[in-house]
Design a protein around this ligand. Structure first.
Ligand code: C2E
Ligand code: MG
Ligand code: MG
Length: 677
């Protein structure tokens, strides 16, 4: 039962990560997609204005951009995925592009005009295979200055040779598969210009779109045939030699992909009309200028629609419903057949008008389809939005932290090379760690001097690497560098609260969590913590938070407010690392602390009489401010004796206990419970 649950969780995370990866890649490619859209738009504008030379120039530019798209896709996917490995981005891209070329050449997927690889699906496949290869063999960077350069070089030559040879083998198999499937599709005799063939074609387009693949690119050869047949039929019709076919290129473009595949204009309107989710409304407004020209990547990857079990249903079904509506309207003679091929970027309502030969009937039919679509999307969207809201309130997962790291990667693409290099390696380290899901909490005992049973534990973050070693939290500086401490703190809060559910804690025992400066000052932190306590059903009286001194240097009202809210719930507040900063004393009076923790550095200074007196004095001051005083970092019997003589209330340090895993905490608490009863 447990393992099947874990398997489900793993596959859920994997698909979540796939969606996120695709969205990130699509976003990085957006400048190219949009430049192409602008070129097409200008091409048409100049054409209308009868500037043939300018118009041709922009159409040529668009053609170039379309040709460059699959290769750019491969490079960007490679660049992006390389950040999830220890391999250098440049080498990763060389591997991906080599594989992409081999697969494209062998399967004949090269564009007619420039001989460029023309299949984005193969581009994605190449980058993904490279990722699996680098991950499996743990390929490292090749650094010219490293001491073992020659042995590394030998390893790299071996790997590149092995990779390209396997790639060639793979491309041969691929070519056989492509031939087989082309023959299979041909033998199915599903002509997309017939009613049944059209339904099959449209369903395949929808299903491909639902997993993030642009069906129009994928089924490009079929599309070319539809286009040629349509032109032939229209020419015959104009010459009076044939009647117009009901289904043709204009039929598909004007009525079945308004606002992009899946008639997403209806979904966009549905969100604007019925959504209560601020994020979704913002997304819809951002996507609007593109959706007007039938470009829906922002919605497709932003919501997302792809791999989304709820939204896929209307996304696939609506174009089929629209197919039936358009077909029936023409077949029954309510409106006349489509007489023009419209450019796929022509905005909905206009496209219907042009497709029907400058006839308002087309616009009216589009309007009916769009309104129907809004109500087809509505129940599915509302169900999705309900789940989304719930998910937003629930747990922070490694995947979501990883996601925000890659959000930084996306913004960093634009920042300067030097700083982004430092950020980039921090991102690389963190995303690898998050991907392996190795974060665990360890707990260190705090022993009271008088009330022996009122023990508490400090939760300390650890990372368990793939060899099972437990590593100290040196990576915290990476989170600080990326300004992601609030995200890390939220992850830690969830981990600790989940652990606390398994701890047999009694009334006077507590668990302390370290919370960073940035989190405390963030608006809504207290509300977040309280809602998480409620979610995990943990009484707030069992919790304590430790704040480092620097946090308080900022002297903000927000901080005072947050601390007071937390205390009103019974959460205790400790000032951590007391004695390492500058502003300890005034703040002791200003803010409502329950506890101060004296840093080990104060103890190390207490070898001289002056140092000893200072330690004693600080302990007293803590008591005057009505705080409990904890001595941190006690390693020896002498230190122990000294701090007890100074009058501290609690002791923490390796002498008493090292940080331990949850299972040891459970044993210790049970033992404590038995001794008491
Ligand atoms: P801290 O909050 O002052 O935690 C106490 C640190 O002192 C821990 O180091 C602990 O292992 C170490 N320590 C305990 N007893 C002794 C001793 O007798 N001798 C010596 N030399 N050291 C002792 P750790 O776990 O490496 O953590 C270092 C710092 O990283 C923590 O200092 C805290 O500021 C931060 N940190 C750790 N876990 C978290 C976390 O979950 N969230 C946040 N925001 N920060 C964390
Ligand atoms: Mg601490
Ligand atoms: Mg400390």
């Amino acid at each position: 039962m447990r393992s099947s649950h874990q398997k489900f969780k793993a596959s859920h995370l994997a698909s979540h990560s796939y969606i996120y990866d695709l969205s990130a890649i699509a976003l990085l490619l957006l400048p190219l997609t949009l430049s192409n859209a602008i070129a097409v738009l200008l091409g048409h504008t100049f054409n209308q204005l009868d500037y043939a030379a300018a118009s041709n120039l922009f159409f040529h530019l668009s053609n170039l951009l379309i040709n460059i798209y699959p290769l750019s896709f491969c490079v960007i996917a490679g660049y992006y995925l390389s950040h999830k490995t220890t391999f250098s981005s440049a080498s990763f891209i060389i591997y991906s592009v080599t594989l992409f070329y081999l697969l494209s050449i062998e399967s004949g997927s090269l564009s007619a005009s420039f001989n460029f690889p023309n299949n984005p699906l193969l581009a994605l496949l190449s980058a993904s295979i490279t990722y699996l290869y680098c991950y499996r063999f743990n390929l490292q960077q090749l650094e010219p200055q490293s001491l073992d350069f020659s042995s590394r070089l030998f390893k790299h030559v071996f790997h590149f040779f092995l990779f390209t040879s396997s790639a060639l083998f793979l491309s041969k198999i691929m070519a056989k598969l492509v031939t087989y499937f082309t023959a299979l599709i041909g033998s199915m005799n599903a002509d997309p210009l017939t009613f049944s063939g059209g339904i099959v074609y449209q369903t395949i387009l929808g299903l491909l779109g639902a997993i993030g693949i642009n069906g129009h690119n994928m089924l490009f050869t079929i599309k070319q045939t539809i286009y040629a047949d349509t032109q032939q039929n229209m020419a015959d019709w104009a010459a009076g030699e044939a009647s117009l076919n009901i289904i043709n290129q204009g039929f598909y473009d004007a009525f079945l992909s308004m606002g992009g595949s899946g008639n997403t204009i209806s979904l966009l309107l549905c969100i604007l009309l019925f959504s209560k989710e601020k994020n979704h409304i913002m997304l819809a407004l951002t996507a609007l200028p593109l959706v007007m020209f039938n470009i829906n990547e922002v919605l497709l990857f932003g919501l997302p629609i792809i791999f989304n079990p709820l939204l896929i249903v209307p996304f696939v079904a609506l174009p089929i419903i629209s197919f039936l509506m358009t077909y029936l309207a023409i077949f029954s003679g309510i409106i006349s057949p489509v007489t023009n091929i419209v450019d796929w970027m022509t905005p909905p309502l206009f496209s219907g008008y042009i497709a029907m030969g400058d006839n308002i009937e087309g616009t009216l039919l589009q309007l009916v389809i769009i309104i129907t679509g809004i109500f087809v999307y509505r129940p599915f969207y509302l169900a999705f939005a309900g789940k989304y809201a719930l998910h937003n309130k629930s747990s922070i997962t490694n995947a979501s932290v990883e996601k925000s790291i890659f959000q930084h990667l996306l913004t960093n693409v634009r920042t300067s090379a030097a700083s982004s290099l430092v950020h980039s390696s921090a991102q690389k380290r963190l995303s690898q760690m998050l991907h392996k899901d190795g974060f665990v909490m360890y707990y260190q005992l705090l022993q009271p001097i008088v009330k022996k049973d009122a023990i508490s534990f400090e939760a300390l973050l650890r990372y368990q690497d793939s060899a099972g070693n437990i590593c100290p939290p040196t990576f915290i500086s990476d989170f600080q560098l990326l300004k992601m401490m609030p995200t890390l703190d939220k992850l830690v809060i969830d981990k600790v609260l989940a652990d606390m559910q398994k701890m047999p804690l009694s009334q006077n025992q507590r668990i302390a969590i370290n919370i960073s400066v940035a989190s405390i000052e963030e608006e809504g932190f207290a509300e977040h913590l309280i809602s998480r306590l409620e979610y995990f059903s943990i009484p707030p009286q069992w919790l304590e938070i430790e704040i480092t001194e620097e946090a308080i240097l900022n002297n903000s009202d927000n901080l005072l407010n947050t601390l007071e809210i937390l205390r009103s719930y019974g959460i205790k507040i400790a000032m951590d690392d007391f004695g390492t900063g500058y502003a300890s004393f005034p703040h002791l009076l200003k803010y409502p602390f329950d506890k101060i923790k004296l840093d080990r550095s104060l103890l190390l200074d207490a070898t001289t009489p002056k140092g000893k007196q200072l330690y004693q004095l600080i302990t007293k001051m803590g008591h005057i401010a009505e705080c409990d005083v904890v001595a941190e970092g006690i390693e020896t019997e002498e230190e122990f004796k000294f701090v007890v003589d100074c009058g501290v209330d609690k002791i923490q340090g390796f002498l008493i206990s090292r940080p331990m895993p949850l299972s040891d905490v459970q044993k210790l608490l049970k033992l404590q419970d038995r001794i008491q009863s």
